[in-house]
Design a protein around this ligand. Structure first.
Ligand SMILES: *Cc1c(COP(=O)(O)O)cnc(C)c1O
Ligand code: SF4
Length: 341
């Protein structure tokens, strides 16, 4: 039997999504070659130095396929390209603008808001979004092993005020099926927890992650399950993403989307309206439109509150209320996200 045939029947052969995850584009030069961008001017002058060394390039190939060749202004490329603008020094930005370090009570646990705790369920993401508010987060120190997970879970179980556990990251779906299944089962068995929420960008950047076996695991959760995908532009949604969302829908989960409002990517009404329509076509409701956090290296993405408010007013005049996301900002020390407008 040939090796290829063998690997098909070996039960621990990697799944397609794991192969994609192991074969990310990490070299800026390769990305510019794939997108035929080399002839359009010097690549080096467009590339961050310090920004790139502290937060590497990571792009899944299925996501790169949705970018328009030859276009430096492509809204998907801009989300992942380590631009020279990241190196600009801006003293009004900080590495931990949300002061998360002070809310970090146990390994992998963030408890800021009443009734809800957030678990950093995976130490990495499938993509590096340049605007990421956790680009300086110390995942290594916040990646529990099973014993630490047990302690964290037992801490949650002792707090009767917690009814919702949120799996965030990193990207929780970047973890393997075994860990996800184990965690969900453990959380599901906590008496006071009624809702499990998963925040993930994987159904968008590697839709192949939504396998039948993952869906089976999600279907077996007794708690209410909420899945919030992170999609910033309608161009991110192709037929493979639509299929992934259809599968997630069939698990009975409530599906929502969170968008980060990004200068030069989606800060216009037409783009946001088109995104809401495309999400709704997949039974996904818009949840938050998040003003970017003021993180070092991301100044070029910032949209100020006034502009955000104008945009929301404009899309509210076009869309039904249920397709208008809530414009929010995160303020350190606040007991909820801050609604604007
Ligand atoms: C955003 C966030 C939540 C969830 O807040 P919702 O308004 O319920 O979406 C929970 N914990 C932390 C630490 C958060 O940043
Ligand atoms: S998927 Fe989310 S956590 Fe991961 S890099 Fe992108 S914005 Fe950051």
């Amino acid at each position: 039997m040939s090796n290829a045939a063998l690997s098909v029947i070996t039960s621990d052969s990697p799944e397609k999504w794991q192969e994609i995850l192991a074969d990310l584009i990490t070299d800026p030069k390769e990305l510019t070659e794939i997108l035929q961008l080399e002839s359009t001017g010097s690549v080096n002058s467009r590339l961050a130095r310090s920004g790139l060394s502290e937060f590497s390039l990571k792009v899944p190939r299925p996501f790169a396929q949705r970018m328009q060749p030859g276009n430096w202004s492509d809204p998907l490329l801009r989300q992942v390209w380590p631009s020279q603008l990241e190196d600009e020094v801006d003293c009004s930005l900080s590495e931990d603008p949300l002061q998360e370090r002070s809310f970090n009570q146990a390994t992998g646990l963030l408890h800021k808001y009443q009734g809800r705790v957030l678990l950093t369920a995976a130490p990495h993401c499938a993509v590096h979004c340049r605007y990421c508010f956790r680009r300086h987060f110390d995942y290594a120190a916040n990646t529990p092993g099973k014993q630490q997970w047990r302690e964290t879970l037992s801490q949650i179980s002792r707090d009767s005020s917690i009814s919702e556990v949120i799996l965030s990251g990193g990207d929780p779906l970047a973890a393997g099926d075994n860990l996800i299944q184990w965690l969900l089962t453990q959380i599901d068995s906590l008496k006071q927890v009624t809702t499990i929420r998963i925040h993930t960008r994987l159904p968008v950047v590697i839709p192949q992650r939504i396998t039948n076996s993952l869906c089976q695991t999600l279907s077996s959760v007794d708690s209410k399950l909420v899945i919030v995908i992170h999609c910033n532009h309608s161009q991110e949604i192709d037929s493979s993403v639509q299929l992934a969302m259809q599968k997630l829908r069939s698990t009975g989960a409530t599906l929502m989307n969170q968008t980060v409002l990004l200068r030069g990517i989606n800060n216009d009404a037409e783009t946001l309206v088109s995104l809401s329509h495309k999400l709704f076509d997949m039974d996904v409701l818009p949840y938050y439109l998040h003003v970017p956090d003021r993180v070092t290296g991301t100044g070029h993405f910032l949209v100020d509150d006034q502009e955000g408010l104008k945009l929301i007013a404009k899309i509210r005049s076009i869309l039904p209320g249920y397709l208008v996301p809530q414009l929010v900002r995160e303020d350190p020390g606040s007991n909820s996200k801050t609604r604007l407008g």
